[in-house]
Write a new protein. Sequence first.
Length: 319
Amino acid sequence: MILTVTPNPALDLTWRVDRLVEGGTHRADAGIGRAGGKGMNVARVAHAEGAVVLAVTTSGGRVGEEFAAELGASGVPHALVPVAAETRRSIAVVDETRGDTTIINERGANPSDVEWAALLAEVVERLPSARVLVISGSLPPGAPDALLPMLIAVGRDAGVPVIADTSGPALLRAADAGAAVLKPNAAELAEATGIIDPVEGARSLIARGAKLVLLSLGADGMLAVTASDLVHARLDERLAGNPTGAGDAGVAACAVLYAEGVRDPEIILRRATAWSAAAVLMPLAGDISPRWTALEQQLRVSRPDPASFRPASSGKDSS
């Protein structure tokens, strides 16, 4: 089983407009609401691709009721920890003409210590059945610094490898706590480590305790970095679509392979890059196109010289 934890879930709202004009008034068809947050997207993709999953997260307030109802209808196995604070919302506005997406994320509210303890207890209870633990997404403002290391520690104590996808100081804490896999994008990596070179930045996380860093590079694909290996995968063509959740699909690919016992960084990179690209082709985060198998075959995979590798783009994505 793949056990996912989403510390800061969101009700994802998506609208599509002909063209987004700054300061303008727009008309759109009814938006789509979906229970989201990065860990939820990971669980959706893995579940849709046939993996056994359980998504653990929190839910609170009237938005939380809508979140829980949509999640129940989705069929994704889940366990919700009730909290007093309102579940946050995330708004994506897709510009149909330009083919890009503008995203506004509410920051979220911090649960109480008792509520965090309940979330941790839920994870501990489910770990004996897990093959991999995924901790994915932002932490709400004011969340305890020790929360992420504690979640990683309980996974490691149970003998379960941990994949963490987070940013800022939490990314460094995840590396220090010994997460097996980290999945930042290039901008997040540079911000957290202060190192501009993506390979050096990734290897600084390896030196802290991670075994593998999957580094999203946007249109430039993805890197798999270990202490001794560097692999780059990318498509020749840039895909138009909604990049929201592309990184989450990559994490889902890694989690599925880890649960199957796969540790080869190139195999993981190929699948993660293909699933990320396939997510861009879908209108909503948490879905991937069945074209992922063809995309995987189209990938250009290389082992570049670490000293000379420079991505062409900023590496920002919506993961």
